[in-house]
Design a binder for this molecule. Structure first.
Ligand code: ARG
Length: 571
């Protein structure tokens, strides 16, 4: 009893395909999906008919004849041009739903997840929310499956961008006082940028400061460290408010690789992979060309001797594979960096740092758009900072609780508002396919209807209230007896949870879990509208329905937990 209903049907159809047509040259794809006409429908006969030049209904009939009797399947009918309509057995489903199967994804992987990775001395804005939230959900999902997860916060804390900032900070002598706030750092950054553009001689001094940083001049390093520490305080506080599991110990910033870069360049050169082009040390990995067909370089060292973002990322791959033993590398990073990662992986494979046994994936994060449909950019003034977006979400949740629900003196109201507000932001992010663009709209995220966090949280609240009212009646060992159609569809969906989790992990698509939860909440609401629970006709039916409520509640809470979302005490 380990498979989900859809997998049970897939196995049955695959078995029949093999029994009836099993040549090694036949495609044996069972092609099963949920259907409005039955529980599931398989297109296998239509696919095969084409390949064999026979009528699909004929093939469907042969498949029905070859289907082995199974406890999972109630009946199979041929419909239309040759679809197989399949119904799951109530009895099987009733048992399946109370037994949690073991996870079917192979465990024992070591997954290194690079996510969040903000830049020192800069605000995190709503765009950073997505990599942080999606990466954190993937980390939680892999951990739940029993994989070893190593989080890596590859913060931007080194290199040329620091020249002008450090030069300016040292000029104004600001580094002597306590920790900087992020707003102070942003102001310093802006001022240094202005001087870089306008003030004569400043640009040269800034370049000189980069050299001092790279040669680890004591004063320069002290100021730099101060900015890094202040930024880490700010990141850590942001993660705490967001309920994100990334910790200070997970930080492995660009600077942490700075002593390995000569070695990276030397090894690449020793393997004959580099070429000097216009004074820069480059790799030209196979298969990457510009629009005009010229080979594209991955620049390792610029003509001024400075190492690049790519050199650092190569050192990071080497560390993650050889020191951490990664079997899978995930980079949860914005979509504009896709070519960078593809060239990086190709180079690391050629250099022998990324063996075939380690999968490397760029989990592309789509752009966040404003209400006007334009990309929100950190430079344009109107991009909401993450902090202000969070405050806005939590404030409107609190207003709703106090004014809408009348919870004025309630001691939990603040915590609940935070859980609802943060949950709404996270859920909006996670219900979207990670590489799709999405419009940042707090009002829509907080809606109690639709594909939102509050909608799922509200279903949990509803279930809690039912169970509380049932009191003793909500016995934990009660048996489930599937009878009504609303019970069936709910139970079918509930038993698909493990599959949603392992698919989310395998494909790096946490939205599969978010979608699953929305659909469970919807089916639960339909069930609850049509099937009386506390006033069920017999004690057996009442017990069965209460169990179904409890199982639904447990699954929703667990699923939200995988996405990093809590549930409030009430809403
Ligand atoms: N700090 C970079 C940025 O803000 C993201 C780093 C992503 N991770 C990596 N290993 N390159 O664009």
């Amino acid at each position: 009893m380990s498979s989900s209903p859809i997998e049970a049907v897939e196995n049955a159809v695959r078995g029949a395909l093999r029994a009836a047509f099993g040549g090694p040259d036949q495609p044996l794809d069972p092609q099963v999906r949920s259907s409005g006409f039955a529980d599931f429908q398989s297109n296998a006969a239509l696919g095969l008919a084409h390949a064999l030049g026979r009528s699909p209904r004929d093939i469907a009939a042969a498949l029905v004849a070859a289907l082995q009797p199974r406890a999972e399947i109630e009946r199979v009918e041929i419909s239309g041009p040759g679809y197989l309509n399949v119904w799951i057995a109530d009895e099987w489903l009733s048992r399946r739903i109370v037994e949690t199967p073991p996870p079917n994804e192979a465990v024992g992987e070591t997954v290194v997840i690079d996510y969040s990775s903000p830049n020192v001395a800069k605000q995190m804005h709503v765009g950073h929310l997505r990599t942080t939230i999606v990466g954190d959900a993937l980390a939680r999902i892999h951990e739940a499956l029993g994989n070893t997860v190593i989080r890596q916060n590859h913060i931007g804390d080194w290199g040329t961008p620091f020249g002008m900032l450090l030069e300016h900070v040292i000029d104004v002598g600001g580094h002597a006082t306590g920790s900087y706030t992020v707003a102070q750092m942003a102001d310093l950054y802006k001022a240094s940028r202005q001087r870089f553009d306008l003030e004569e001689g400043f640009a040269d001094r800034a370049r000189g400061r980069v050299v001092k940083l790279q040669s680890e001049d004591a004063e320069t390093i002290a100021v730099w460290q101060h900015l890094v520490d202040s930024s880490i305080d700010y990141f850590t506080e942001t993660y705490r408010v967001l309920g994100v599991t990334m910790q200070p110990k997970d930080i492995a910033g660009e600077s942490s690789y700075r002593h390995e870069l000569d070695e990276i360049a030397d090894e690449l050169t020793a393997r004959g992979l580099t070429r000097v082009s216009e004074g820069a040390l480059c790799v030209f990995p196979d298969g990457f060309t510009s629009r005009r067909g010229a080979p594209l370089p991955l620049i390792i060292r610029k003509s001024d001797g400075g190492y690049t973002y790519a050199a650092t990322d190569l050192a990071a791959i080497r560390r993650r594979v050889s020191a951490f033993g990664a079997s899978r590398l995930l980079y949860v990073v914005g979509e504009p960096q896709h070519v960078h990662f593809m060239m990086l992986f190709a180079t690391a494979r050629a250099a022998g740092w990324l063996p075939e046994t380690t999968r490397a994936e760029h989990v592309q994060i789509g752009n966040v758009l404003g209400g006007d449909g334009k990309i929100l950019r950190s430079r344009s003034g109107e991009t909401p900072s993450l902090a202000s977006a969070l405050v806005a979400a939590v404030e409107s949740a609190e207003e709703q609780l106090r004014e809408g629900d009348g919870r004025v003196d309630d001691e939990h109201v603040r915590d609940d508002a935070r859980i609802i507000g943060v949950g709404a932001l996270k859920f909006a992010d996670l219900i979207t396919h990670h590489d799709a663009e999405y419009v940042f709209d707090i009002e829509r995220m907080l809606k109690p209807q639709g594909q939102t966090g509050p909608y799922v949280q509200y279903a949990v609240m509803r279930i809690k209230r039912i169970l509380a009212r049932a009191g003793e009646g909500a016995r934990r060992d009660a048996v489930v007896r599937i009878a009504a159609p609303q019970e069936r569809v709910l139970a079918l969906r509930l038993s698909d949870f493990e599959r949603a989790i392992s698919d989310a992990a395998r494909l790096s698509q946490p939205h599969l879990i978010a979608e699953h939860l929305v659909s469970v909440a919807q089916l639960f609401n339909e069930f609850y509208d049509r099937c009386p629970v506390l006033k069920a006709e017999t004690p057996e039916v009442r017990g069965s329905r209460l169990s179904l409520c409890r199982l639904t509640g447990v699954q929703l809470v667990e699923g939200l937990g995988l996405l990093g979302i809590d549930v409030p005490t009430a809403m």
